[in-house]
Design a protein around this ligand. Structure first.
Ligand SMILES: [Fe+2]
Length: 176
């Protein structure tokens, strides 16, 4: 092996403070994790470490699914209720971007890591994910924090955590 496994989310025994429960903070932490996995995937591609690419892609896919479910089922619906037309527009765009990202993920899923096009697709995935994260963090999260109280943001965070605990699969929320 020779390389450490990518930091899987440790499981849940840590006490969270209110700030950690804030939905936007939780989602931003997911973003960091997703970006780190994509960075490691790019490094594995440069090293032609095919098995590692496979493992990292699988971890990315699982983490993305958990993240996107939390956004789509808890966070975006809350943002859709804000008195902010452009926040609602941001949600509509984000949902379209989720679909675009999902279809790239599905394509990569069908490829072998030895395939010459694999790394090209992963780079495309990385660009889409980076763009999506940038828009969410700069615009949507900021707008949510402007409109929602800390209590409300924490309640949303709690709902995402309990949703995650009930999802199948190994990828739990970070540091829960
Ligand atoms: Fe996100």
């Amino acid at each position: 092996m020779g390389y450490p496994p990518s930091p899987a989310y440790p499981s849940r025994a840590v006490t969270l403070s209110g700030a950690d429960l804030d939905a936007t903070a939780l989602l931003a932490r997911d973003h960091e994790h997703l970006q780190r996995l994509l960075q490691e995937l790019a490094e594995a591609a440069a090293e032609r470490a095919f098995d590692r690419k496979k493992v990292l892609f699988r971890a990315f896919k699982a983490a993305l699914q958990v993240h996107a479910t939390g956004e789509e089922e808890v966070f975006y619906p809350a943002v859709m209720k804000l008195r902010s037309a452009w926040a609602r527009e941001a949600v509509r765009e984000a949902l379209e971007e989720h679909q675009a990202v999902d279809s790239i993920v599905a394509e990569i899923d069908q490829m072998e890591p030895e395939d010459g096009q694999y790394d090209v697709k992963v780079e495309g995935l990385r660009a889409s994910v980076e763009h999506h994260i940038g828009v969410e963090e700069r615009a949507m999260f900021a707008e949510a924090r402007n409109h929602l109280t800390d209590d409300r943001l924490q309640a949303l965070g709690r709902r995402m955590i309990s949703l995650r605990e009930n999802l199948p699969g190994p990828a739990l929320a970070p540091e829960l």
